[in-house]
Design a protein around this ligand. Structure first.
Ligand SMILES: [Zn+2]
Length: 197
């Protein structure tokens, strides 16, 4: 049994070990307060190293080519954000932060904390890394960028000829691995391992 405080209503509950596939809910407000912890740092470490390796080709190689009036233009994610700097610097910064900086830092932090827990190494900076990861998870929006890219491709399709470029395949692979990491990673579970380790 362990004591857990509900983040929504501050109710203190005693929760037993949660079996796989079950969750514990607050008796007062019915929010989930504890899940079965199946985060495996070794698997998450392997996935996050793969994702980190995919970051450079996904951001650097062109995503799409646009053929319009006899001219073909290629663009990648970074160029798209930098193009907006003069007209809409705030939007350019948000795109850069949510689609490049936050996902890259988040994957780096998850890789580092997973490596520490896999090799039973508990440095003094690990709590800071776990806190930063929890914040970055709210700001990493690769899937939002993908949806906006698909919408703009759909809109442009009437006026220009579009070709998918190699960067798009790397970006989709990055998106899938990022989703796998997010679905397996548990910040709470990592804290528990750190405290018990
Ligand atoms: Zn509650």
């Amino acid at each position: 049994m362990k004591k857990i405080i509900c983040l929504h209503c501050d109710m203190v509950s005693l929760v037993p070990e949660i079996p796989k596939g079950y969750v514990a809910k607050c008796t007062r407000c019915n929010h989930t307060i504890e899940k079965h912890n199946n985060a495996n740092p070794a698997i998450i470490l392997a996935l996050s190293i793969t994702a980190l390796a995919l970051l450079i080709p996904a951001f650097y190689f062109p995503l799409i080519s646009i053929h319009l009036l006899g001219i073909t233009e290629q663009t990648n994610l970074l160029q798209g954000a930098f193009l907006m700097i003069n007209q809409a610097p705030m939007v350019a910064f948000i795109v850069l932060f949510c689609a490049v900086i936050a996902p890259s830092l988040m994957l780096g932090c998850i890789a580092l904390s997973s490596a520490c827990l896999t090799f039973n190494y508990y440095p003094s900076y690990l709590p800071k890394i776990l806190k930063i990861t929890a914040i970055l998870m709210n700001w990493s929006m690769l899937e939002v960028y993908m949806v906006s890219l698909m919408v703009s491709m759909f809109k442009l399709n009437n006026d220009a000829v579009l070709f998918f470029d190699i960067g798009l395949y790397f970006f989709i692979a990055l998106l899938v691995i990022n989703l796998l990491i997010i679905s397996r990673y548990s910040n709470h579970g990592y804290w528990e391992r750190y405290i018990n380790g």
